[in-house]
Design a protein around this ligand. Structure first.
Ligand SMILES: [Zn+2]
Length: 208
């Protein structure tokens, strides 16, 4: 785990806020549940209080899980409403210290990491459902194109996702469970990963 205790105070309630992740950009105050931005060791209120604790989820912050041989721990999440349902975007820390986004949507799991590619990303408007698009080394098909609203956040996240804000995104699928996600409202960003077998994401009862 990437530990570096950064002692800050919540501007909303005054409680100490400890960010465990050196690269955390958003931390939810454990005392008053206010989402807080972290920027250059300063802290600012990032939105309204979160109410995620009341909603059920397949993963829990701070517990350990395993996918095949790899252990990981969810440290933060953002929950999104895309109109027809909800999904959770978890930031999980791997045993080697690296991090990934783990999406959970009605029992479907996908793991993704930021994708650096030299060419500019296609525009949201240009992505028609079913269209073929080449991103990086993959020939992909647009399988979803939508807008989702962030309902709330918990824990720590490496990117400032704002509760109440809407984000446009597209999912592109390729061979061998390949998934590329494009996001358009926090600068055009790309993430690449794979769909996981949900039955292989299992809780660990103790340290590996
Ligand atoms: Zn607080």
């Amino acid at each position: 785990m990437d530990d570096k205790a950064l002692e800050l105070r919540c501007p909303s309630c005054g409680a100490p806020v400890a960010a465990r992740l050196r690269y955390a950009k958003l931390v939810v105050c454990e005392q008053c549940q206010t989402p807080l931005f972290l920027e250059d060791e300063a802290v600012a209120v990032a939105g309204e209080r979160s109410v995620l604790a009341a909603l059920p989820s397949l993963l829990r912050k701070g517990e350990r899980y395993r996918y095949r041989a790899r252990g990981f721990e969810p440290v933060g999440r953002a929950r999104f409403d895309y109109g027809d349902g909800l999904w959770d975007e978890w930031w999980v820390v791997l045993d080697d210290g690296g991090g990934r986004w783990l999406s959970v949507d009605e029992g479907e799991f996908a793991v993704e990491a930021p994708l650096e590619i030299p060419e500019p990303l296609p525009s949201y408007e240009s992505l028609a459902l079913g269209a073929g698009v080449r991103i990086g080394e993959w020939d992909l098909t647009v399988t979803e194109r939508n807008e989702a609203r962030c309902l709330g956040v918990e824990g720590e996240l490496p990117e400032p996702v704002l509760p109440g804000q809407s984000y446009r995104y597209a999912h592109l699928s390729g061979p061998r469970r390949r998934l590329v996600t494009l996001e358009f409202d926090r600068g055009a960003r790309a993430y690449s990963g794979v769909w996981l077998d949900p039955f292989e994401v299992i809780p660990e009862t103790g340290p590996a």
